[in-house]
Write a protein that binds this ligand. Structure first.
Ligand code: SF4
Length: 636
């Protein structure tokens, strides 16, 4: 049955809202397939504004892969700003896709990709605007399956009541598998309705369906156990891992945004996973093992992506791009190929060594030398041992000296505040480090025109990391330490003016902490906040800490219990039945090592230390060198 476009009704509202172009679709490389010719239809959502959502790689990749399947269509939808939301409510316009402007409720699946938990209230807005009941239990056979993916889906418990399903890990293969399960079920005439479809997905072992699991609690509020409530549902749901990235060279046809977006470049993921073992880093832990894309595939993807999109900037993405085993050859090959053209290359890299500067020099051949970024993350040697960020002060000073002497004038340093075991002096150590960096720059260049910007983020303990048991620092402590640090930097007559200082207050981290390590009881807080007007919580101008605290009070949820409380080893954690592959005992041991300030090496270059991922997931580390070359080159 055909579905009508809502565009005629939407168009009348667009002159009244800000940035209307973000709602019109029709971008280069976007796709609108015939509705009636598809039998499985996905609406893919990044639950934030178009400017943040469009460049999201996860959504872009699934959009292409699903649209390449016969009899399948995928369209995109983003969060609408509050001005359009109000008008849509007034005029009865539902949540729509930007491709075909079709109502989201007409699709079979609404797939949401969560990079951060702060998008949860935006999901509720989209569901409500779509006319889909907020609670999964109230949905009927005509409602789409609401499915979450992305890093936040590794603990979807706080949004379990609003979700029909969640998938962990790489989406390429599981999205196709889910499509086939739905297709089969529809071809059979949708036997057993929505419940049977969810059962089929759950039985496959690759899809988590929260309603098929019951949570029991102890009297003191801790979880007693999480158990399946149907016989054929697995006790644990495993993450998905794509082993050969060369088989999945997406995006092949990059979407070119119509409105301004946060990144306007073609991004190629050069590897997935990271085994450096930074203990605070959820992405590093849940995406193990390392799987590299080959140098030849990277070269072909860059060439094809530029041709298909017209972008003049290419970003080589991964969690630590300079760690690709052939990054030197990749950098030189691409810099040679595009030298003298208007194509610039970027490598978001934070490795603290001279090799990184060689790479930056290659990549800046065609572009500006805007600045180099390094991430020591901890202000003192002790702190860096706790978090397993193996960077010594000596490394950092040697690296920045090389950078300044090779003509770089601006260095950015990233740190975190509120890390486990942190003391005041660890944070004040950031000022000392910044001063030494400026001093090194002045000595290396003989110039006083040297800048160092220090950016500090609040630490949030995340599920599936060794810090999942840690007490989060309260926001008063974080704010006091940051204020003291700021005063020390400002009052320094010799160096203070050369140091830029950027930080956020500690309150948003507490809310992120509540949502990251929350359980199903936190869902009532999210709903209360949303009902109270909570939207776009990742945006400081929309975020309200007070609204979250009021919501928690209304829901009877003690925020401190979820955030600043340290957990015991044997406490059942809300995500224990969701398997990222990491051995729980190894994680606990790594947490003890952190407290004892003991580091572990990267298993790419040292023997396996049995984190558990490879045997559990049937995977292995895949790195070069392949010995292959980026050649043959197309003459540019
Ligand atoms: S199982 Fe061993 S080789 Fe695999 S990621 Fe863990 S430590 Fe590395």
């Amino acid at each position: 049955m055909s579905v009508e476009s809502v565009f005629p009704r939407l168009e009348a509202l667009l002159p009244k809202v800000q940035k209307p172009i973000q709602y019109v679709g029709g971008e280069l490389n976007s796709t609108v397939k015939d509705w009636d010719e598809a039998d499985v239809r996905w609406a893919l959502m990044y639950p934030d504004a178009y400017e943040v959502g469009l460049p999201n790689q996860g959504v872009a990749i699934l959009y292409e892969i699903l649209n390449e399947l016969p009899d399948t269509l995928a369209e995109r939808t983003y969060s609408v700003w509050p001005d359009l939301e109000a008008l849509m409510r007034e005029h009865g316009v539902p949540q729509f896709t930007v491709d075909g402007h079709r109502p989201v409720r007409a699709f079979d699946v609404l797939g949401l990709s969560f990079s951060t938990e702060l998008g949860y209230t935006n999901m509720l807005t989209a569901l409500d605007l779509a006319g889909i009941p907020l609670h999964a239990a109230e949905r009927g056979d005509d409602d789409p399956i609401v499915l979450a993916g992305g890093h936040a889906a590794f603990n979807p418990e706080p949004i379990a009541d609003f979700l029909d399903a969640a998938v962990l890990g790489d989406g390429e293969q599981i999205a196709i598998a889910i499509t086939e399960v739905i297709r089969e079920w529809k071809r059979e005439g949708s036997p057993g309705g929505r419940d049977e479809l969810l059962m089929r997905l759950a039985e496959s072992g690759g899809v988590y369906v929260p309603k098929f699991y019951d949570v029991e609690y102890h009297a003191d509020g801790r979880i007693k156990r999480v158990a399946p409530n149907r016989p054929d549902v697995p006790w644990r749901v495993h993450k998905h891992t794509v082993m050969d990235l060369d088989e999945w060279p997406y995006p092949k046809k990059p979407l070119v945004p119509l409105a301004e977006t946060v990144h306007e470049r073609f991004s190629v993921e050069i590897f997935r996973g990271c085994t450096r073992g930074c203990r605070f880093c959820q992405a590093g832990m849940i995406t193990r093992p390392v799987r590299e894309r080959s140098i030849t595939t990277i070269g072909a993807m860059v060439e094809n992506g530029i041709k298909e999109s017209g972008f003049n900037e290419v970003g080589l993405l991964s969690l630590s791009s300079a760690d690709h085993s052939e990054i030197g050859e990749v950098a030189k090959g691409l810099a040679d190929r595009y030298e003298g053209t208007n194509t610039s290359l970027s490598l978001p890299s934070t490795r603290v060594d001279a090799f990184n500067i060689d790479l930056a020099n290659e990549f800046s051949r065609n572009g500006r030398r805007s600045g180099l970024t390094f991430a020591p993350e901890g202000g003192s040697e002790r702190m860096r041992k706790v978090i397993n960020k193996m960077v010594t002060e000596e490394d950092l000073i040697r690296t920045v000296t090389t950078a300044y002497s090779q003509g770089w004038r601006q260095v950015k340093l990233y740190f975190m505040c509120g890390l486990p075991t942190e003391r005041d002096e660890d944070v004040l150590g950031i000022a000392d480090l910044a001063k030494k960096v400026i001093q090194a720059g002045r000595e290396a260049t003989g110039s006083r025109d040297i800048r160092c910007t220090v950016s500090i983020g609040g630490f949030v303990p995340k599920p599936h990391t060794p810090f999942q048991w840690a007490a989060q620092a309260d926001h008063e402590t974080v704010d006091r330490r940051l204020k003291e640090l700021r005063d020390v930097v400002r009052n320094d007559r010799q160096y203070g003016r050369a140091i830029g200082f950027r930080y956020h207050d500690g309150k948003p981290s507490i809310v992120e902490g509540l949502l990251s390590r929350g359980d199903r009881r936190v869902g009532a807080v999210i709903r209360a906040v949303w009902e109270d007007g909570g939207r776009f919580d990742g945006w400081s101008e929309h975020f309200s800490f007070d609204r979250w605290m009021t919501g928690a009070e209304k829901a009877g949820v003690d925020v401190d219990w979820y955030t600043t409380r340290e957990r015991e080893e044997n406490e059942v954690l809300p995500w224990d039945h969701l398997d990222a592959g990491l051995d729980r005992e190894w994680l606990w041991q790594d947490w003890q090592d952190a407290v004892n300030e003991t580091e572990v090496e990267d298993c790419r270059w040292t023997p396996c230390y049995d984190c558990g991922v490879c045997p559990t997931m049937g995977t292995e580390i895949q790195i070069g060198p392949t010995g292959r070359k980026l050649l043959p080159l197309t003459v540019v």
